[in-house]
Design a binder for this molecule. Structure first.
Ligand code: SF4
Ligand code: SF4
Length: 74
């Protein structure tokens, strides 16, 4: 398991050049929720990420055992 937590992919506006998204394979188990320190993930049915809260730290990606959380390059 690896945890990536950096800001090396910032573009000129200070925004990351990627986003964190949950795909349709999510089973709503909620396992990823407590690992988000921003409390950005809600798991009611398929989990969703509040993009206003998400700081794109990648931590949740490592805690979804089925790989439903993806890093999407913009
Ligand atoms: S990338 Fe970080 S802040 Fe965003 S939902 Fe995942 S754990 Fe939370
Ligand atoms: S994203 Fe993964 S860990 Fe989070 S609720 Fe969905 S299946 Fe569970």
């Amino acid at each position: 398991m690896s945890i990536i937590n950096d800001n090396v992919n910032n573009d000129n506006n200070g925004k990351n050049s990627f986003s964190i998204e949950i795909d349709n394979n999510c089973v709503g188990c909620g396992a990823c929720v407590p690992f988000c320190e921003q409390e950005a993930i809600t798991a009611l049915g398929n989990a969703t990420i509040d993009t206003e809260k998400c700081i794109e730290c990648h931590v949740c990606v490592d805690y979804c055992t089925i790989g439903a959380i993806k890093v999407i390059t913009k």
